[in-house]
Write a protein that binds this ligand. Structure first.
Ligand SMILES: O=C(O)CCC(=O)C(=O)O
Length: 277
């Protein structure tokens, strides 16, 4: 009598885990098509990178105008719920590809904020974004931030600064290190670039000494098991209706976690597999 063949239902559970700097074979064609291979290497090894020409100049102009309109006090948060242009920004294909590389498949949106800094605006202070994790920081990155520069980034214009090599220390800076900012470099780039960094690197910004303003959107994505900074649950249904699957993932609706009806075991294998990629 022949043995009945077991039908294998996909996806099978993965037992391996990719190293922190690996581009998964599923993501590799997208990273290559979008010409982001060097950005991935730099983000993994150096803790930061700049995505040039993330969108059209027209998008950056519209984005700047909208941030100015919505943030008359010089800053704002929960912006994904306030205008559809923020969905357009967080669903930008280059940002999604970099986020999947850095914080893994099935990643979430954590924060959509903005800042406007005029002449005389000071420094926000040196920190690592893994601020709500204890040291030593994990080998795999937990948070990736993209600052959409709506204006040129220069040291005099108050650009972001980073301390090269601090990403390898896997800890928070001390008060003395925070004061000294020894070895800091300015990230300088044209408007329309997105400056990205991981949760490990120590960073801040230079005071602005130029006339005019530096308008920036701060977009943070997190690994699927992190609790997001902002709670979009009241807006998730509308956002998903407008933007479908990628937004459902960013809202945590594609995984088995944080479910109002208890753990959804139909999504268990996909969730566990995403966590390993
Ligand atoms: O505004 C900047 O240049 C730095 C922002 C920053 O430190 C952050 O978003 O964590």
């Amino acid at each position: 009598m022949s043995k009945a063949k077991t039908k294998v239902t996909e996806p099978a559970i993965y037992f391996d885990t990719l190293p922190p700097d690996a581009i998964s074979e599923e993501l590799a064609p997208t990273i290559e098509e979008l010409e982001l291979v060097e950005n991935c290497r730099q983000l993994a090894m150096e803790g930061w990178t700049v995505i040039a020409d993330a969108a059209t100049p027209d998008f950056t102009t519209r984005f700047r105008e909208k941030i100015k309109e919505l943030c008359p006090q010089g800053g704002g948060n929960m912006l994904l719920a306030k205008d559809p242009i923020f969905a357009e920004a967080i669903l930008n294909p280059k940002l999604l590809a970099m986020a999947e590389f850095s914080v893994g498949r099935g990643f979430l949106i954590s924060q959509v904020a903005a800042s406007i800094r005029g002449k005389g605006a000071g420094s926000i202070g040196l920190h690592a974004d893994h601020n709500w994790l204890p040291a030593p920081f994990p080998a795999h990155n937990m948070l990736v931030t993209g600052c959409w520069a709506c204006d040129e980034y220069s040291e005099a214009g108050g650009s972001t600064l980073v301390i090269p090599g601090s990403n390898n220390l896997r800890r928070h800076p001390t008060p003395q290190e925070t004061k000294a900012t020894a070895g800091a470099i300015a990230i300088e780039c044209p408007a329309g670039s997105v400056v990205m960094w991981d949760g490990n690197i120590w960073h801040s910004n230079y005071p602005r000494t130029l006339e005019g303003e530096r308008v920036v959107a701060h977009i943070t994505y997190s690994r699927l098991m992190m609790r997001p900074v902002e709670d979009y649950s009241a807006h998730a249904d509308d956002l998903i209706a407008a933007h479908s699957e990628p937004m459902a993932q960013l809202m945590g609706r594609e995984d088995m976690l944080h479910s109002p009806t208890g753990a959804d075991y139909s999504k268990l294998v996909a969730t566990f597999n995403n966590a390993k990629r």
